[in-house]
Design a protein around this ligand. Sequence first.
Ligand code: SAM
Length: 230
Amino acid sequence: MTTEPAPSWSAYWEEPAHRQRVTVEARDYVARLRAALPLRPVDRVLDFGCGCGHAVELLAPAVAGIGYWDAAADMLRATSYRVARFPTAFPVDLARPSPLGAFGRFDLILVNGVVQYMGRDELRRWMSRWRTLLAPAGRIVLSDIPPPDASTVGEVFGLLRFAAQHRFLARAVRDGVTDAHRYSRQRGETCLTRWLPDEIVALAANNGLDAVVMPENLTHRAGRFTVVVQ
Ligand SMILES: C[S@@+](CC[C@H](N)C(=O)[O-])C[C@H]1O[C@@H](n2cnc3c(N)ncnc32)[C@H](O)[C@@H]1O
C-alpha cells in the first residue's frame, strides 16, 4: 500500500480549510495583542516562528519595522511572499550569530504558538538569545502556550465556538474530522512540549528577566496561557 506524502508545513496551513481559520485567528490575536500591549509607530518588532506571516502582514503598517523568522524554510518563503509589499517587513536570519545589522534591537519579540514545538533545552537557549536581541525596556510575549492540563476536548469545543462567532462553523465541523490525523502526519517527529507558567517565569529569571503571566491568553484558546517577559 502506498502512503500519500505528508504535505509540507506551510502547504498544510495554506490549504483553503486552514487559510480561513488562520486568517481569522491572526486578526483575533493581533487585536488582543494590541489591546493588551499598545504598539507605538516607532516600535521594532520581531515575529519569531512567524508561520505564513499573517500577523506580520497585520502589524507591518503599524510599526517602524517588523522582522520575521521561522525554523521552517517554507514558512519563511510564505511570509516573504505575503508581506513583500510592506517596506517595514524584513526577514531576520537567526541562524547567523549577529543577525541585526543596522536595524538595531527589538522593542517587542512575539512568540505565538511556538514554544510547544521546542524542547526544554531549546527554549532555554532561545530565551538567552532573545535577551540579546531586545532593546532596553523591550518585551518578549510568549503566547498560546498549552499547559500540561490543557484539554483536547476543551480546545475542540473552543475552536467550534470561535468558528461559530466568526461564521466558519460549517467548515470547521466538516474539516475537523480529518484534520487531527493530517495535522499529526504533517507535524511528523516534532515534539510537543507542555509548559507550566512557572517554568517560563523561571527561565526568564535565569536570564535576569522579569516575567508576568497574563490574566488571559492572547488567543481565543482560553485553556492556554501568555507570559510577558521584560
Ligand atoms: C502554530 S504555528 C504559529 C505561527 C504563528 N506564530 C502564528 O501565530 O500563527 C507554529 C510555527 O512555529 C514554527 N516553529 C516550530 N518550531 C520552531 C522553532 N524551534 N523555532 C522557530 N520556529 C519554530 C513552525 O515552523 C510554525 O511556523
